[in-house]
Design a protein around this ligand. Structure first.
Ligand SMILES: [Zn+2]
Length: 294
């Protein structure tokens, strides 16, 4: 998978970047091992604007965004999912201008949930709940909502139909794999949602974090192969020895930044739960317990 990632990205904070004929981007300054250089808020249209992920509660980012939005005739906010680096600015924008928010739905707090990655925005509730495949029309744009559960259960990708662009949120990123944190994150759904975007003919993907994916079909097929490879690797290792999740991470992620190991533990857990659903492995769902193949 390493050969497919593209880490070339120039972070231009406090600048409205032109991405495509009808698309601009504002980058929030919230870099981290999960967000790369920060949250990219996409702005589609001219007078009638569609915003993909207004972003985190960072004053300078919201200030820059509001400056753009205040001169628009109409504003629609599309939320890919309710992680704290994607949706919270929607609330402040709604307090300042008249606009409508769209999304799959609010985050439903799950038992045993952890405030992992960038944390959850538990307050966001869209004005309009979108269904899978639904279209929203604006002046000069048509947005298609595609429900892509896996990273979170309420994740949506948004297609800009006129230009065959897909805004992939955190579902598919060009610089890294996405983090799957159970119980809300689900590996079986994630792999299904990867296959789902292949049903569409989008020519380029713009993730929330990092640069575009210019060969999307090739990239998604490689991602699916990579996730399935990890499951095969887990089965092979567990066929030799029963292992804890920590032991698997130190075997499989030797060359990965150690700051990402806690996230890798969650991804391994997500894989194990997916394999458990298929009846391949058993556990006691406890960190200290060694997992085994059945
Ligand atoms: Zn996220």
């Amino acid at each position: 998978m390493k050969n497919y990632y593209n880490k070339n990205f120039k972070a231009n904070y406090n600048t409205v970047e032109i991405i495509d004929s009808n698309v601009k981007r504002l980058l929030a300054k919230n870099p981290s091992p999960f967000t790369f250089y920060g949250t990219g808020t996409y702005i589609i249209g001219h007078d009638d604007l569609a915003i993909i992920d207004p972003g985190p509660l960072i004053e300078s980012h919201i200030f820059n965004l509001l400056k753009l939005l205040k001169s628009a005739k109409k504003v629609s906010l599309f939320i890919t999912h309710t992680h704290a680096d994607h949706s919270p600015a929607a609330k402040v924008i709604k307090e300042n201008i008249d606009c409508t928010s769209y999304g799959y739905g609010p985050y439903k707090r799950k038992k045993f949930d952890t405030n992992f990655e960038e944390g959850h925005d538990l307050t966001f509730k869209p004005d309009i709940y979108l269904n899978d495949g639904e279209l929203v029309n604006g002046d000069g744009w048509t947005i298609r909502a595609i429900h892509t559960p896996g990273h979170t259960s309420n994740h949506m990708c948004y297609g800009l139909e006129e230009q065959l662009i897909l805004f992939t949120g955190d579902h598919i990123m060009g610089w890294s794999t996405t983090v799957i944190v159970p119980p809300d994150g689900n590996m079986t759904s994630y792999i299904e949602s990867l296959k789902k975007v292949l049903n569409y003919k989008y020519k380029i993907f713009y993730p929330t974090h990092g640069g575009p994916i210019t060969k999307p079909r090739q990239f998604v097929n490689a991602l699916i192969a990579h996730r399935l490879m990890r499951q095969t690797q887990i089965i092979n290792e567990l066929s030799k020895n029963n292992l804890t999740i920590k032991e698997m991470v130190s075997k499989f992620y030797k060359t990965t930044d150690k700051r990402l190991w806690p996230a890798a533990e969650k991804s391994i857990l997500a894989n194990l739960l997916s394999l458990k659903d298929k009846g391949v492995v058993v556990d006691e769902d406890n960190k200290k317990v060694k997992w085994k193949v059945i």
